[in-house]
Structures are given as C-alpha cells and as structure tokens.
Ligand binder design. Structure first.
Ligand code: SF4
Length: 143
C-alpha cells in the first residue's frame, strides 16, 4: 500500500509507525487506514480464536469489495506466505459461504521483501479470470 505517497510493505514500515502505534492517528488516510477493519477483531467475526493474526500468520479483510454482488474477502500473509493450515481454513470458508477469496503472497528477491505481491483467487472461474485481468491492468488491492 501507499501511505501519503510512501510505499509500505513488509520490511518497509509506514513512516508514521512508532512500532506501538501511529504518530499521526488523527490525520491518517481514509483508505487504507480509517477503512481498515481487521477480520479477527470485528464484531461477530467468523474467524476462530486460533486465526488471530499473530498465530495464524494471516490478516483477513472481509468484504473488501463486491464481485457480481458477492462480497470478496482478502487475506494477506504476516510475512511471505499464508501458512497451509490458515489457507485451508480460508478456502473452506470461501466455499461454504460462497464468498470469493483473494489471497496474496509477498514477492521476495535475494532474501528481501519486494513491494509486489502475487495474487491468487479462490472462487468461480470467471472470478479468477477477472483477477488475472485486474492484475494485468495494474489494479491495486490497496490505496
Ligand atoms: S494508521 Fe496508517 S498512517 Fe498510521 S501508522 Fe498505520 S498505516 Fe501508517
């Protein structure tokens, strides 16, 4: 994501991060900061306790946008990849609830995180085709 013009990704924290919070919370950007709603902590979260991000190594954002009327959930790894146990849970949830899922993997080169992420879709074939097209168009999942 980009915060006030600065690229932010693993290994390159937001310049407003104090490691304990935000040093300009009142003026944080609307998107992604104000609109950010961690899926584990929202009211009536469907995530089980073990899916807390520091344990499951994934951050889930429910209903990031709509695709053909269906809410699309987004899952991003804490680190490089979402662990298999967490990803399996998310895929089952997507199938049961008929909610297309986008999950990402952080690109690494020579042991260093890069700005780019790979996207993967779980859902109908048409959704996956759209996902490939959006990536080709350079669409961002974040502001
Ligand atoms: S709330 Fe936004 S501006 Fe503040 S530290 Fe987090 S990402 Fe940066």
């Amino acid at each position: 994501m980009t915060i006030q013009g600065v690229p932010v990704y693993p290994g390159r924290p937001c310049p407003h991060s104090t490691r304990r919070g935000c040093d300009d919370y009142a003026n944080r950007p609307v998107d992604p900061c104000v609109n950010f709603a961690c899926g584990w902590i929202i009211d009536r979260s469907p995530l089980p306790d073990w899916m807390k991000p520091d344990n499951a190594r994934v951050i889930v954002l429910f209903s990031k946008f709509l695709w053909q009327g269906a809410p699309v959930d987004l899952a991003v790894p804490v680190g490089r990849r979402i662990p298999p146990r967490s990803l399996t849970w998310l895929r089952h949830f997507a199938e049961e609830r008929r909610r297309p899922l986008i999950h990402t993997e952080q690109v690494m080169e020579e042991g260093r995180f890069q700005e780019q992420q790979r996207w993967f879709g779980h859902g109908p074939e048409a959704f996956q085709r759209d996902l490939v097209r959006w990536q080709g168009q350079g669409r961002s999942l974040w502001s």
